[in-house]
Design a protein. Sequence first.
Length: 357
Amino acid sequence: MVLAEQQRQSDGAGQHPVKLSCRHIWKLFGQDADTFLKGRATPDAEALAAAGLVGAVRDVSLDVPEGEIFIVMGLSGSGKSTLLRCLSRLIEPTAGEVLFEGRDLLKAGEREMIEIRRHKMGMVFQNFALLPHLSVLDNVAFPLAIQGVSKSKRIARAREVIELVGLKGRELSYPRQLSGGQQQRVGIARSLAVGPELWFLDEPFSALDPLIRREMQAELQRLQAVLKKTIVFITHDFDEAIRLADRIAIMKDGALVQVGTPEELILHPATSYVAEFTRDVQRSKVMSVRSLMQPFNSAHTFIGQVRDTDKIGAVAGQIIESGRPVAVVDAEGRLVGEIAPGPILDMLLGRGNGAAA
Ligand SMILES: Nc1ncnc2c1ncn2[C@@H]1O[C@H](COP(=O)(O)OP(=O)(O)O)[C@@H](O)[C@H]1O
Ligand SMILES: [Mg+2]
């Protein structure tokens, strides 16, 4: 009942059922945090400060559809990790609801919760906490050992995910013999070993050098193309967010400021705070043809065509070279509009706000 309603209400990606959602989640730290909210509607930051409480998460509601990479982005201290811990119930929210596959997680018993985390959730953190005395193979097989999977089965599965993350050949190495990037790959493999439905990653690449970090981002995209997990990924880096996200939730001081696709955030930032993050983003890398196209004009004859979902940067050369409007088609090859060189040049040269006139 509740789930059906939420699926209807979710604007999410539209087509996919909601995998994880939360409603009015609060997490307050401080004395009498648990009683403070009772009978109070929604205290603002001043009221919390006056009561000596930290509003780590304040009234957060969101829906994550199946198969989506949902990014939670915010500066350090904005409440990202606390929110993620509430979603996996590693900590108890002060108030609110968490629904996983339609089931109220906050009503699950302790044992049940352990089972759900063990079998259905994968987690990767910034400090990957590998077991130093175990080989790569045994580190990755570890969660399966806890599940009671037989030795031969867990070793076979561990080899499979080790290969998946590109570490074939390093099975017998120990963590200290690996670079930071390789260690994080082991962490990723370990979290994937149990085949989780829901994958939580809390700043998994933040401790890595920029180049390795880019490599790991590409790796995650490659893995996701194969695995199609539902992912909640936390970062304080807006560039990382737009590179990976289907949708981004921007947090500030414990509250959600805006949730949207990278394109939506760039075209329609809800606040000056969001606009500040999007200001230096290279628009042509994020914006799709759809956002710049015009209605189809039958007076033109087209010599080329592009997809509505193509990124401007990827097709700009083709369109500018053609010197005239190019047809825009959707996934089924239907003509949905046209796109001219002019607005593309404007975007590339930083003229106007990058939106279609
Ligand atoms: N156990 C705790 N006790 C008190 N305050 C906490 C605790 N955990 C987090 N906080 C506070 O909650 C806020 C959000 O922290 P956190 O969720 O770790 O932010 P982020 O992950 O975005 O950096 C911060 O002000 C932090 O100091
Ligand atoms: Mg954090």
